[in-house]
Design a protein around this ligand. Structure first.
Ligand SMILES: [Zn+2]
Length: 123
């Protein structure tokens, strides 16, 4: 089990008992280490927020800022739906619905449960 340091830039400045470490006379508040971290990098939501507050705009500029409208077209507007009226057969229970055209297409339960299964063609 590998421990990773929280990436929150202010993590070590919060006065909690679990951060206070070291021998008497040389104690310091220290960055938290965890095996499981929020978003893989942060000990809690405050540290996540602090990171984004300091670096978020730089990260967006680095990885690509959205500067024009994006469109979700009919081709990619399918979502999975479930009909709660259980007396119907499987083919009538699960289906894709197109949120733009409102067209419906039948779906098996296996396809419904498969989070990778889609008829959308892109993003
Ligand atoms: Zn932290």
């Amino acid at each position: 089990m590998t421990l990773k340091y929280c990436q929150g830039p202010k993590c070590h400045t919060y006065h909690t008992q679990d951060r206070l470490k070291g021998m008497k006379g040389s104690k310091t508040y220290q960055t938290r280490r965890r095996s499981s971290l929020l978003m893989g990098e942060f000990c809690d939501a405050r540290c996540y927020y602090n990171w984004f507050n300091k670096y978020g705009t730089m990260a967006v500029d680095h990885f690509g800022r959205i500067t024009e409208v994006k469109h979700l077209t009919e081709d990619n507007a399918w979502y999975k739906s479930y009909d709660y009226r259980g007396y119907r057969g499987e083919e009538d229970t699960y289906h894709f619905v197109n949120s733009i055209t409102e067209e419906q297409r039948p779906l098996t339960k296996v396809q419904y449960d498969d989070t990778n299964y889609t008829i959308n063609t892109g993003e």
